[in-house]
Design a protein around this ligand. Sequence first.
Ligand SMILES: Nc1ncnc2c1ncn2[C@@H]1O[C@H](COP(=O)(O)OP(=O)(O)OP(=O)(O)O)[C@@H](O)[C@H]1O
Ligand SMILES: O=P(O)(O)OC[C@H]1O[C@H](OP(=O)(O)OP(=O)(O)O)[C@H](O)[C@@H]1O
Ligand SMILES: O=C(O)c1cccnc1
Length: 490
Amino acid sequence: MTANFPDDSLILHTDAYQLSMMQTYFKKGIHERQAVFELYFRKIPFENGYAIFAGLEHILEFVDGLHFSASDLAYMRAEAMFDDDFIDYLENWHFSATIRTPREGEVVFNNEPILQVEGSIFDAQLIETPLLNIINYQTLIATKASRIRSVVGDQGLLEFGTRRAQEMDAALWGTRAAFIGGFNATSNVRAGKRFGIPISGTHAHALVQIYRNDYDAFMAYAQTHQDCVFLVDTYDTLRSGVPSAIRVAQEMGDQINFLGVRIDSGDMAYLSKEVRKMLDADGFYNAKIYASNDLDEETISSLKMQGAKIDVWGVGTKLITAFDQPALGAVYKVVSVENEAGKMVDTIKISSSAVKISTPGKKQVWRITRHSNQKSEGDYVALWDENPQAQTELHMFDPEHTYLSKHIKNFDARPLLEEVVVGGKVIYTSPDVQTIQAYSESRLDHLWSEYRRGLNPQEYPVDLSQKAWDNKMNLIQQVQSYVDELDRQN
Ligand SMILES: Nc1ncnc2c1ncn2[C@@H]1O[C@H](COP(=O)(O)OP(=O)(O)OP(=O)(O)O)[C@@H](O)[C@H]1O
Ligand SMILES: O=P(O)(O)OC[C@H]1O[C@H](OP(=O)(O)OP(=O)(O)O)[C@H](O)[C@@H]1O
Ligand SMILES: O=C(O)c1cccnc1
């Protein structure tokens, strides 16, 4: 049986190991030590050249008023895993960390922090799982949406995914992420209500099946609605669906806005061309052809290449489930931690795979743009105390293949990470989704088309400052000497 709690909170939406580690920090008296954690992904999804940052609003909603409710604590008490003194402490605990992120809709890349938490190790550890949960999904969907938008051009793009999404929350927040990535409207009415996303829709095959023929169904719909898009493929698109739609449009005349017809099966290149001819032949030049059925950027771009006469694209499953790559794979790593003497010390995670070695130190991401053309030259990941804005020349080099380097003058450096939560208090109010979408579009304008193309894009430079790179090499050496020493002792 499912237990429902009136005071349920989202704070236990975390992995048990976070709470276990917190108990250790608490019992050992180090829980108030400061730390910096950074969140990043290692590979851009869908082999795209960029990603779109999304998830901030949900994070702020989660952090706001974060506390352990009575039933959360009672549940923990009943679990053998936790001790009473630890749970007593949680009762009066308040979140007090600082969080920095780019603005939602920002264009972001792999191997750079897209979120930073600075606070007690206790607080930073507690929110790792929900932060990853939110960003891993929403950034993935916003990026997928942006890819789809890039092939659609300025045609209509409708989000139809709710019925296929991985449960209700995913549908809701995925819809919002899709809008940030460039969709025009959604079929999800609750997303319209909550986020101010325009809602849009046609009708289903059920309507036609209930009336048992296209004409009666379309007529009934037309008599009860002003705006009409008729779904024409239930029985036979060209012989029954479209002729019935045209007949209803003619008979209803000015009483309706005949917006167009939707095709949901068959060869959509062939059908759309035939349907266009039929609509035009009867003077319905402005009636649009909508298409849906397992579409994504690949099928849409193929249909366009075939000269399909489709004006509006409805996309569900492959968007909302990120069908071709279901995970972004973002991680959250501690980069600096306070030692016994109260001093912040940078920390590293070593791996035999170079991409999995973390980059130590609290960092800022600087977007470097040329004065002359306002195009982004790359991102410059520097230690927090560095200020590239004060430099007249910047040496940018690939952190793995260091011989790949360039010197840049006459540039702008813009910091991406901004405070959104300070001392546990949310200080940032998200703009409306339309503003976020427009911001995202404007950020993409600063990218060369080589990075924007959907197929085999060039790799955008994400470079480390010399200081950040030296710091990383130093720490790798320190860890190596420590392991070598242990090896000698054994
Ligand atoms: N001309 C085309 N070129 C490329 N892909 C197409 C074309 N026409 C349709 N498609 C796509 O082909 C896929 C296959 O469609 P599907 O097998 O579902 O056929 P269908 O006729 O829609 O059948 P169903 O009634 O089961 O939905 C869909 O993703 C659809 O978007
Ligand atoms: O194909 P997607 O990209 O996921 O887009 C959503 C799909 O949902 C509907 O089909 P469904 O069969 O669920 O309902 P229907 O009875 O209206 O066709 C719609 O007709 C689309 O085909
Ligand atoms: O309005 C539509 O046409 C619609 C909505 C959800 C899913 N498929 C289609």
